[in-house]
Design a protein around this ligand. Structure first.
Ligand code: F6P
Length: 543
């Protein structure tokens, strides 16, 4: 951290003990305008998302110091540099340009002499044309998108989120896991002649995706009654990759392929061709709306005054909760069946981005960098893990997400859903004391067990309805929060070296597991525990 920012950071830290001596209850009672003032709107002409962070453990001084920190660290300026193509993924010497995926065509961004925005728009044009042709042809009724991590979670989230509000031209399935039960269960629901497979892999070297794509190819050949090298198979495959030339050698011939680029991180690729499946399902116009929602928030992050910059403020509050107050996890609870995949999407986005401990200069960071991210859908979550949120020894900041309108007309169900969301944030913030319980019933023998301390922070996001545009806005806002957290902790949010070792060890071990040799796995290459597990597995595996 530069000197100035370091001084501000010290001041921010000093506020932690001060806030520890107060409560949300007293912050609200001292300031009747708190609810209004600690509230912002993430909106454009067609949508509104209100963001209430008044139940966070912050006050004016803290917010102002956090904004000072942002200013000293030049977070917004760094965001603009990222958007302009600066190579901020320094370990991979890459620009970080997920924002270019939704940039207006009249705003060129030049990387290594190439206008990436022009490339994006030419690819988008081809994608739109292809998606529309699949919709018009009506040959394919099922689309199976095969990919994992960022090549799965984003498109699956969009499809799930919008499938109740937008008419779908095809039924989409998403296959990620190398556990073949997953692909088998999907294939059971498909008819080969009517099924299109989209193989999504930025690297086209991810073992899970290649294995699943080859299972799909075998299934197609068997069910179409053709040879596995028949050219007909290619009509059922689309490849989305930064390296489409790797598909053929990996056994996947595809009649169509679409590009993504090395400067889009997998977990930031939701606005790319990776989302072809929902684009086919709902049509290119709906996808354009999604991109418009994202672009509006990109512009707000770059241009709005810091005190109104929702993504910046929420990113700073994330830092406050995790790196300053030390709350080690963060829960996301959408009160929306359609957003039930959001917690897993955010898990990858946040944890794969900021679960790091080395700074730009190679030194270890002294700061805590990423919370454990988890969550579930409301109200189900209330009957599962909310007990811990209310009375557990760990404090977990919660983010509630709800909508004023639903796609169904069961108004009392919807009112009850939202009432529960509001009740939970209220209970977390204000709790109830033993004294209050005793006042209600002086004989209450369980008052100590029933009392809740409160003072547990949450943010509530409330929007009109879950449209494509709102979804785009929400996702862009989460992406920018990740950026803010990364800048404050001085790490590279855009690489993911931590997943490499496990992948290469798995490649080694898989040979030991399925080797035909009667000798058990090479004793020198494994630690004793792993060796023993390999041996046991080999003796018991089905062959
Ligand atoms: O888990 C590591 C990871 O590289 C993610 O970052 C990525 O989203 C996922 O694997 C899939 O990678 P690919 O799109 O290259 O198959």
């Amino acid at each position: 951290m530069v000197d100035e920012a370091f001084k501000v950071w010290q001041r921010v830290l000093a506020h932690a003990s001060r806030i520890g001596d107060t409560t949300l209850q007293s912050l609200f009672s001292q300031d009747p305008t708190r609810a209004e003032r600690f509230n912002r709107t993430l909106s454009d002409s067609r949508q509104e998302i209100i963001v209430d962070f008044s139940k966070q453990l912050i006050d004016d001084q803290i917010l102002s110091e956090l904004l000072n920190l942002a200013s000293d660290l030049q977070i917004v300026e760094q965001f603009a540099e990222m958007r302009n193509g600066l190579k901020i993924n320094w370990t991979e010497q890459q620009a970080v340009l997920h924002t270019a995926l939704r940039a207006n065509s009249d705003k060129p961004v030049i990387v290594d002499g190439i206008d990436v925005v022009a490339e994006v728009h030419s690819e988008l044009k081809a994608l739109r044309k292809f998606a529309q042709s699949v919709r018009d042809d009506k040959k394919f009724k099922k689309v199976v998108s095969i990919g994992i991590g960022g090549s799965d979670l984003g498109p699956a989230l969009i499809y799930d989120a919008l499938s109740l509000s937008c008419e779908s031209a095809v039924e989409c399935f998403f296959v990620a896991n190398v556990d073949a039960h997953e692909i088998n269960s999907v294939l059971k629901k498909c008819n080969a002649a009517e099924t299109l497979f989209i193989v999504c892999s930025k690297s086209f070297s991810t073992a899970e995706t290649l294995l699943n794509a080859n299972i799909a190819k075998r299934w197609l050949a068997e069910n179409l009654g053709i040879k596995s090298d028949s050219k007909i198979l290619a009509d059922h495959f689309v490849v989305v990759s930064a390296y489409p030339q790797r598909a053929e050698p990996a056994g996947i011939g595809a009649a169509n392929s679409f590009k993504i680029w090395p400067w889009v991180g997998g977990r930031f690729s939701i606005a790319s061709a990776m989302s072809l499946a929902p684009m086919i399902a709902f049509g290119p116009d709906v996808f354009d709306e999604f991109l418009t929602g994202m672009r509006a928030v990109d512009d707000q992050m770059q241009n709005s005054a810091p005190k109104n910059n929702v993504s910046l403020i929420l990113g700073l509050i994330d830092v406050w909760n995790y790196s300053v107050l030390g709350y080690s996890s963060q829960a996301f609870v959408p009160y929306s069946y359609q957003l039930r995949l959001l917690p897993s999407y955010l898990q990858q986005l946040i944890m794969e981005s900021n679960g790091k401990s080395v700074q730009v200069d190679g030194s270890a960071t002294s700061m805590r960098t990423s919370p454990v991210v988890w969550g579930g859908v409301g109200t189900n979550a209330q009957h599962a893990f909310f007990q811990l949120l209310h009375q557990g020894t760990d404090i977990v900041p919660v983010e509630f997400i709800g909508f004023a309108q639903s796609t169904h007309n069961e108004f009392s169900s919807h009112d009850t859903l939202i009432a529960n969301m509001l009740a939970q944030s209220k209970a977390l913030a204000f709790g109830r004391t033993v004294e209050e319980l005793k006042l209600e019933n002086s004989q209450d023998e369980n008052a100590e067990h029933r009392a809740m301390d409160g003072n547990r922070p949450s943010t509530t996001l409330l929007a009109n309805a879950l449209t494509a545009r709102t979804l785009g806005a929400l996702i862009a806002m989460y992406e920018h929060r990740v950026f803010v957290q990364g800048v404050v902790s001085g790490i590279n949010s855009f690489d993911q070296w931590g997943v490499e070792l496990g992948k290469s060890l798995a490649n080694e071990i898989v040979n030991s597991l399925n080797s035909d040799s009667s000798n058990l796995a090479d004793k020198d290459s494994q630690d004793a525990s792993t060796q023993r597990l390999i041996n046991w597995y080999r003796q018991h595996r089905k062959s």
